[in-house]
Design a protein around this ligand. Structure first.
Ligand SMILES: [Zn+2]
Length: 152
């Protein structure tokens, strides 16, 4: 499962709260200003998220609709709960792996070790694979017929 939007927003709140606390400390300690209460820092954090998150979300959704509005792949992604904005956020906001962001599925925890004579590598997850162009046993890359990443 993807990390929920609620949890991602909560993580963003914590990150911005820490950032604004540090900024407040850096600016206000030298001038001995004590006006930056915890509530003020919280309000700044919420404001930052509404401003950047709100604009970012609208921008990404409109951009993706223009670029991929006719792409059935994109509609499948949306139908299975994907959101292009939340999927694009880096750690520490979104802690999901690339595979989880795209498919909404967790990567398998496996103890399988590829045989020593498998000398090629999956261009997406780095797992060793048997053939130069292969369907990856680990992340499944190539199973949808798209192997273009092998040529990048
Ligand atoms: Zn792979």
């Amino acid at each position: 499962m993807r990390t929920s939007r609620f949890v991602i927003i909560l993580r963003a709140m914590i990150v911005f709260y820490i950032i604004w606390t540090i900024i407040g400390w850096a600016f206000n300690t030298p001038i001995n200003n004590k006006q930056w209460s915890p509530w003020f820092v919280l309000a700044l954090s919420v404001g930052t998220i509404l401003l950047y998150g709100g604009f970012g979300w609208v921008f990404v959704r409109i951009g993706m609709a223009i670029l991929h509005g006719n792409d059935p792949e994109y509609h499948r992604f949306l139908r299975n709960g994907g959101d292009p904005y939340f999927a694009s956020l880096p750690w520490p906001f979104n802690p999901d792996s690339r595979v989880t962001r795209v498919t909404g599925r967790q990567e398998p925890k496996t103890t399988f070790v590829p045989p020593a004579d498998w000398l090629f590598q999956c261009p997406v997850c780095g797992a060793r694979v048997e053939h130069r162009i292969d369907i990856c046993w680990h992340c499944g890359y190539g199973s949808d017929g798209d192997s273009t990443a092998y040529f990048d």
